[in-house]
Design a protein around this ligand. Structure first.
Ligand code: NAP
Length: 548
C-alpha cells in the first residue's frame, strides 16, 4: 500500500463506481430518497463518465438535446437550456456538473479513484472495494455505474510501440487538445467516432489519411443552434417529451412509423427517404416500421444511403470504397455526421481501403499496409471500445465462494435483465449487458435502471432483507430471451459489430444488449417487481440464502 494511504476500511451502505449519467442519478436516489450513506468512486479527475474521456475533435452526442437529459426533476428540466440540436461533449459535461452542483452530489464523490478490486464476503454479506491507490471501502450494496463504452480498444497492431510520432485513442483524448496544424495524420476507424472526427481533423491537418476496414453508412446530423421557439417548446412541453421517450422502443423523442417499407410505392418511399435525409439524424431509422427486421425493407434504405455516398463523394474510386458496405443499414450502430463524406472531396484527405490492402504493421515512420508505407506524424485510433463487459472485467471482482467474474463470464456476460449476475449478491449493474442500454437513448435507459435499483433497495430495507441475488436458471432464460430478441432483427448480421463483442480479438461472440425494445423491457422489469422480485432470491438479515 502506498505511503500515506490509511489502512482502515471506510464503511458505507452503498458504493457506486462511476460518475457518469448513471452514477450521479444513483447517488442522488440512494442518498437523498433512501437516506443511505453512499460513496461514489470515479477513475477520472471529474464528472462525465464517457464524456469525461471522449473529448476528440467533433465529439458530440447523437441523441437530440431535448431527450439527452434527466427527466426525474421538473425544476432541472425547466432551468437547463441546451444550445444546439445535438449536445457537444463540453456542454454535456457542463450539464452534468450543473446536476451535481444542484443536488450537492460532489461531497460524496471521490475522483482519481480507480477501482481495481471488489470482493464479496459470504460471512459479512458485504462488499470490500479497493482502489488503485490502495484505499479500501466496505458496503452492503455495490453499484457498477461503469458505462457501456468506457474501456478503450487500442488494437495490438505489430510495431505499435515503435511509432516515433504521437498517437491517441479517441476515448482517452488529452484535455488540452491536439494540434494537427500542418501534420500528417493517420486515422484508423470509421465508426460513429471516426466519422465525427474526420471532418474536424481535416480542417487543420496538413494531410489526413483515413484507414477504413469496414465501410459504414452515415446520415447527416443537420446540427445547428436551437431556435428560441424550440427552446420554449423544450421547457414547456417536457411532460409530453418524457411521455414519448419513455414509451418508444429506443428512448428517442420520436415515434417509429407503423408502415412497412414495402407497403409504400417506390416513388413515395424515395421521397420519404429524401425528406428524412434532409431532416437528418437517427430519425431516418424510424421512417418505416420494419427497417431492422426485414432484409428486403432494409435494402431499400441501404441502397438509398449508398447512392447518397456516391452522389456526395466526387472521386469515383473513393466513393466506391466508401459505399462498399457489407452489412444492412443500422445492423451496426448507425453514425450521424457533419460533412463526413464531403471531407473526402478535400485535397488534404485520402482513404485507404484496408480490405484490399490490410495494415501489416506500424513502423517508426507511420503505417505499413500490404501496399506501401504511409509516413505519419500522428496516429488517431478511432477504434472503439471493449464494450459492455470490458470495464467490469478489468476490475478483479469476486462474488460468492470467491468465484471470479472472469470465470462467471468466460463464455460471455451472464445476467438477469442486465441488472444482476448470479453468484454476485447485492451487486447491481446499471445498463449492464442484457439490458437495452446502447440500443436506447442512454439517459432514458439509465433512469429506468436507477429507479428499479432504488426501489429494490428500498424494498430490501423495508422488509429486512440482507441480500438479493438472481439465479443461474434465470440468467440462462434471460440469455435465451436476449438471443431471441436479437435474432428477430438484422442486428446480428454485422460481422465486426461491438454489439456482438466481435470487434475485440478473443472476446466471446454473444449479442450483448437486449433488442426487444425499451418499452417492452420496462414492462418486464415492472412485472418482476409485481411478482415479488420474481427471478431473484432475497435473504433475511443474518439468515442463510432462502427464498422469501
Ligand atoms: P466502433 O463503432 O467500434 O468503430 C471502430 C472502428 O475502428 C471501426 O471502423 C473498426 O473497423 C475500426 N477498427 C477497429 N480495430 C481495427 C483494426 N485493428 N484495424 C483497422 N480498423 C479497426 O467504435 P466507435 O466509433 O468509437 O463507436 C463506438 C460506439 O460509441 C458507437 O457505436 C456509439 O454507440 C458510441 N458513440 C456515440 C457517439 C455519439 O453519440 N455521438 C459518438 C461516438 C461513439 P471494423 O468495423 O472493421 O471493425
Amino acid at each position: 500500500m502506498p505511503e500515506g494511504i490509511q489502512s482502515t476500511v471506510a464503511r458505507y451502505d452503498a458504493i457506486i463506481i462511476g460518475a457518469g449519467f448513471s452514477g450521479l442519478y444513483q447517488l442522488h436516489c440512494l442518498r437523498d430518497k433512501l437516506g443511505l450513506n453512499v460513496k461514489l468512486l470515479e477513475a477520472g479527475g471529474g464528472i462525465g463518465g464517457t464524456w469525461y474521456w471522449n473529448r476528440y475533435p467533433g465529439a458530440r452526442c447523437d441523441s437530440e438535446s431535448h431527450s439527452y437529459a434527466y427527466f426525474f426533476s421538473k425544476e432541472l428540466l425547466e432551468e437547463w437550456e441546451w444550445s444546439e440540436r445535438y449536445p457537444g461533449h463540453a456542454e454535456i459535461r457542463r450539464y452534468l456538473n450543473h446536476v451535481a452542483d444542484r443536488f450537492d452530489l460532489k461531497r460524496d464523490m471521490q475522483f482519481d479513484a480507480r477501482v481495481t478490486a471488489a470482493h464479496y464476503s459470504d460471512t459479512k454479506q458485504d462488499w470490500t472495494v479497493e482502489t488503485e491507490a490502495g484505499e479500501r471501502f466496505q458496503a452492503t450494496y455495490l453499484i457498477a455505474a461503469v458505462g457501456c463504452l468506457s474501456s478503450a480498444n487500442v488494437p495490438n497492431i505489430p510495431g505499435r510501440d515503435d511509432f516515433a510520432g504521437d498517437w491517441y485513442h479517441t476515448g482517452r483524448w488529452p484535455h488540452e487538445g491536439v494540434d494537427f496544424s500542418g501534420k500528417r495524420v493517420g486515422q484508423i476507424g470509421t465508426g460513429s467516432t471516426g466519422i465525427q472526427a474526420v471532418p474536424v481533423i481535416a480542417e487543420t491537418a496538413g494531410h489526413l489519411t483515413v484507414f477504413q476496414r469496414t465501410a459504414n453508412y452515415s446520415i447527416p446530423a443537420r446540427n445547428g443552434p436551437l431556435s428560441g421557439e424550440f427552446k420554449k417548446y423544450m421547457r414547456s412541453e417536457h411532460d409530453q417529451i418524457r411521455e414519448v421517450v419513455q414509451t418508444t422502443p429506443n428512448g428517442h423523442p420520436f415515434r417509429i412509423s407503423d408502415t412497412p417499407a414495402l407497403d409504400v410505392d417506390p416513388a413515395r418511399r424515395h421521397a420519404l427517404y429524401e425528406h428524412a435525409w434532409e431532416t437528418g439524424g437517427l430519425r431516418f431509422r424510424a421512417i418505416f416500421q420494419d427497417l431492422i427486421t426485414n432484409k428486403e425493407a432494409n435494402d431499400t434504405a441501404s441502397d438509398f444511403l449508398k447512392n447518397k455516398i456516391r452522389e456526395v463523394v466526387k472521386d469515383p474510386e473513393t466513393a466506391r470504397v466508401l459505399s462498399d458496405i457489407d452489412h444492412p443499414f443500422a445492423a451496426k450502430r448507425p453514425p450521424i455526421d457533419t460533412h463526413y463524406f464531403e471531407a473526402y472531396n478535400r485535397d488534404n484527405v485520402s482513404l485507404v481501403d484496408l480490405r484490399a490492402t490490410p495494415i501489416e504493421r506500424i513502423t517508426a515512420n507511420g503505417i505499413q499496409t500490404s501496399d506501401r508505407e504511409y509516413p505519419l506524424d500522428i496516429i488517431v485510433f478511432a477504434t472503439g471500445f471493449d464494450a459492455m463487459t470490458g470495464t467490469m472485467l478489468k476490475i478483479d471482482i469476486t462474488g460468492r465462494d470467491g468465484r471470479t467474474l472472469k470465470d462467471a463470464w468466460h463464455a460471455g456476460p451472464r445476467t438477469y435483465l442486465g441488472l444482476q449476475i448470479p453468484g454476485f449478491p447485492n451487486l447491481f449493474t446499471l445498463t449492464g449487458p442484457g439490458s437495452p442500454s446502447v440500443l436506447c437513448n442512454m439517459p432514458v435507459a439509465i433512469e429506468q435502471h436507477v429507479n428499479w435499483v432504488t426501489d429494490c433497495i428500498r424494498h430490501m430495507r423495508e422488509h429486512d432483507h440482507a441480500t438479493i441475488e438472481t439465479t443461474e436458471d434465470r440468467a440462462d432464460d434471460w440469455i435465451a430471451e436476449v438471443n431471441r430478441a436479437a435474432d428477430a432483427t438484422l442486428l446480428p448480421q454485422a460481422n465486426h459489430s461491438w454489439y456482438l463483442g466481435a470487434n475485440v480479438p478473443g472476446k466471446p461472440r454473444i449479442f450483448m444488449p437486449y433488442a426487444g425494445g425499451m418499452d417492452r423491457y420496462r414492462t418486464i422489469c415492472d412485472e418482476v417487481v409485481e411478482n415479488g422480485y420474481d427471478g431473484f432470491v432475497l435473504t433475511k438479515t443474518g439468515a442463510e440464502a432462502a427464498a422469501d
